[in-house]
Design a protein around this ligand. Sequence first.
Ligand SMILES: [Ca+2]
Ligand SMILES: [Ca+2]
Length: 264
Amino acid sequence: MSRSLEEGPMKMRLRLRLLALTLTVPAVIGLVILGPGSGIGVSAGAGSNRPPQAAFSYTPAGPTINDLVTFDGSGSFDPDGRITLYEWDFDGDGDYDSTTGAAVIQWLYDEPGSYTVSLRVTDNGGATASTTGEVIVSPAPVAVRQRLFTPLAPNKALPGDWIRVEVEISVRKTINGLGLAAEPPQGWRVREVDNGGATFKRGGGQYQWLWVRGLLSGDRLRIVYEVRVAESAPPGLYKIGGQVSSFSPRFKIPIPKEVEVRVP
Ligand SMILES: [Ca+2]
Ligand SMILES: [Ca+2]
């Protein structure tokens, strides 16, 4: 059967995002997996060719969704020749997602979960060896929830009214340099109410909260601020957006803005 006919949309998406890059060996190495410990996939080639050994590492060690994960198969070797082919199955479905002559490759997971990754190497004599490892992909490093409290329920406010905004951030891993940016509609003022341990900065129409201290998994942050509907705001639906970002790990997560404010 043709492999391409069996591919679902999710896998096609992953395949499209695949970047085959040759990289220097990263400073931080994740799990090192040596094969053929599981006893699979070793086959002798013709004559006296000795089979290769498969091994790979990956980084970062604890990836989250949409992190580029670098897989490095350069720990594989052949005692009497060289490796000519690296075949990777990144999601454990038995289909190789990448076949390449380069040892290093990057892959992106857009769903959290535990993935079995297999590497099969082939030497210049045609003998193969395989090894497998587990990659656990975590959900986004923070969960963000925003609620609006308008003077005229539900979600209705008049020009000049103050709207209260509460943002809750649940931290799921160690984070340094977390920031929250509020993005109110043009010309709407922001005033701080509860900065949740962060430093509040404003300037040039930007409103930001920055946490100097490192944050740990399980921390919950609550920021409260108020936004004043511009006196000149024409009737319509308005969104109060923003984003949560971090230096380490580096990410940007937009705040969900399902709730719109209606100015009659
Ligand atoms: Ca060999
Ligand atoms: Ca696969």
